[in-house]
Structure formats: C-alpha cells, structure tokens
Design a protein. Structure first.
Lengths: 219, 125
C-alpha cells in the first residue's frame, strides 16, 4: 500500500510541476507620458484669453484661468508669463497660423496659451426612499429629496507657437464636482476643479511618468 | 523501513528537481533573460537580449512585443509603434499584444479620458 502510494506520488508531482506554465508576465512599469513639445524651445508663455461659453455668475473666468495657470506655467516650466488678451471672435482663429504669427512677428521663443472655457452650474435632485430593513428598525423610513449643486469646468486648451502659428498641443478637459450646499460659490468651485485639470495638462507637457501595466511575452 | 525511507528521499529530491525545473515559467533563452532583466529594471540589457532574438528569429512575436514595451519605457514612441505593429502583423489575435498596443495609444493621446480616469470620475459623481 505504501509502495503504491509512493508510485502514485511520482506522476502527481510530475504533473503539478510541469503542467501549464505562463505564456506572459504582467509588469507594472513607470512609463513617461508623451510630450508633443520641446520645452527648451520656449521661454515665454502668453495668455491671450479664452473664448468663454456659458459662465457662472460671480466669476471672471478669463482672469481666474490666466492667474491660476499662469502661475503654474511659471512655477513648473520657469517661463516668463504675460497676459496679453486678444480679440477672439470664433474658434476658427485657433487654427489660423497667420493670425498668431502676426501678433508678435519675429518672436521665436514664445508660446500662446489660449482656447475655450466654460464653467456651468446645475442643480440635481433625487428622491430618497430608504427601504425598510429586514430587522426591526427603531428609526422611521427616510423619505425626501436630496439636492446637489453640480459645477463643471470645461477647458479646451491650445498651445500655439509664436513663430509659425503651429498648434503644439490641443487638449480637451472636463472636470465635475457635486456640492451639498445650494449656495456653493462659482469661484470656490473653480479652485476645486482647476487643480485636477492642471495635473492632467502638465502630465504630457512635462512627460511625467505614470505606472502602467504591460504584458511581456515569455514564448 | 530503510528501503522505504531511501525511496521516499529519492522521490522528494526528484520532486524538488521537477518543481524548480518545470513549475516556474522558463526563463531560459534570450527572451526569458530579457524578461528577467526588465523585471529588475535593467532595460538596456533587456533591449539587447530581445534585439539579439530578432537578429536570429525576426518572426518572434514575443521579442517584438517586449521590445516595444522597453521602447515605451524609454520614451521612444516611434520605435515602440513599429515593434507593436510588427508583433500584431505576425500574430493579429494575440490578446496581450493588443492590450499593450491599446494602452500605448491611450498614452499618446491623453486628451481622451482613459477608461480608468472616466470610471474614477463617474464614481466621484
């Protein structure tokens, strides 16, 4: 009986040891974000204003964007930052290289920061009707309406070369946050939402690394 | 008793030999060595090994795929794209290569929210 068990053990070990085998290895690796621009080519960022769509009351969106993102460009890229609003009549202007070339002829180390922006506010309501628990519950069933104030900041950013009017970055961002207070102020909401956009905007510009999953094949 | 004990010890040694020899994914050969190097952050070594594989076997899907990952790590986007496309040309249905290539494309176009970013945003809302 013992001999039979020992003999049986051998093929079992063989099967356990050699059966299967991975064809791949999963790897978590820090990969840099793709950067469409060469940072050393520029030394000055000019905030030339944004086309404003819907705007919430109580905030000058153009001013807030220029101040907030201007400070970030100065801090992260060490660029000289200038606010120089231009008359933006339509979206077609962003893709018109001659327009941007004509603003500052001969400036070859200049980057225009412009685009479209919108900060919207809406009220959302939902009916709450908490289901009665199976166990004996001393509290009454909650019924009522839950109310949230939703702010959405949409920013379509263009980075445009000053020397030839070429668009080097064209990215769309939208961040949303819900607040319990119906009296939430638009400027406070902007400063909650802008940092999220800042993180996503500078990730490709600075080629920041992110941990990503990749699969290496073994055979 | 002595015979049984000797047989048991012999069996145990054989089992250990088989376990270490077979159970772990075989990291033999240049492909495997490259994977080991990549696991240990020795990306230059990994690139060298996989290029060596391709010099002898240009049809190696594993070498093309793994080389693409290494080029991504080093920020060499065009080289990575060429290797992914070569791997997919050789094995268009390989799910691991397809997954890698999709992640590569999402990395190149961060304007579009990735599924994870979108899921995280939806969860916050």
């Amino acid at each position: 009986m013992r001999r039979n068990s020992a003999l049986l053990l051998f093929p079992l070990i063989l099967l356990a040891a050699c059966g299967g085998g991975e064809a791949y290895r999963r790897l978590r690796v820090e990969i840099p974000s793709y950067s469409p621009l060469n940072l050393e080519e520029f030394e000055k960022a000019v905030f030339s204003g944004f086309l404003i769509g819907k705007e919430s009351a109580g905030i000058d969106l153009n001013k807030e964007i220029s101040e907030y993102f201007g400070a970030e460009f100065k801090r992260k890229l060490q660029y000289q930052v200038v606010v120089q609003p231009v008359a933006l009549e339509s979206e077609e202007l962003f893709r018109n290289p001659d327009f941007w070339k004509s603003l500052a002829p001969g400036s070859d180390r200049l980057l225009y920061v412009t685009g479209k922006a919108e900060l919207t506010q809406e009220m959302r309501k939902a009916v709450i009707d908490k289901a009665k628990a199976d166990i004996e519950d001393p509290f009454e069933r909650q019924k009522g309406i839950a109310q949230r104030t939703l702010f959405s900041l949409s920013l379509h950013i263009y980075l445009i070369r000053g020397d030839n009017g070429e668009i080097v970055l064209d990215r769309d961002f939208k961040e949303t946050k819900a607040y319990i207070s119906p009296k939430q102020r638009a400027d406070f909401a902007f400063y909650d939402l802008a940092p999220r956009i800042r993180t996503k905007l500078f990730r490709p510009i600075l080629s920041e690394e992110r941990i990503q999953e990749r699969y290496l094949l073994l055979k | 008793m002595t015979k049984t004990l000797a047989a048991a010890i012999a069996l145990a040694f054989l089992g250990m030999f088989l376990v270490f020899g077979c159970a772990r994914p075989r990291l033999t050969g240049q492909v495997g060595f490259g994977v080991w190097a990549a696991n240990n952050e020795l990306w230059e070594e990994a690139i060298f090994r996989w290029k060596k594989v391709l010099s002898q076997d240009p049809q190696s899907v594993a070498a093309h795929n793994n080389l693409a990952v290494a080029y991504e790590k080093k920020g060499l986007w065009e080289e990575a794209r060429k290797e992914y496309e070569a791997a997919l040309k050789l094995d268009p249905e390989n799910s691991w290569v397809k997954r890698n290539f999709k992640s590569f494309q999402e990395n190149l176009d961060p304007g579009k929210p990735s599924r994870k970013d979108k899921a995280a945003q939806d969860e916050k809302e």
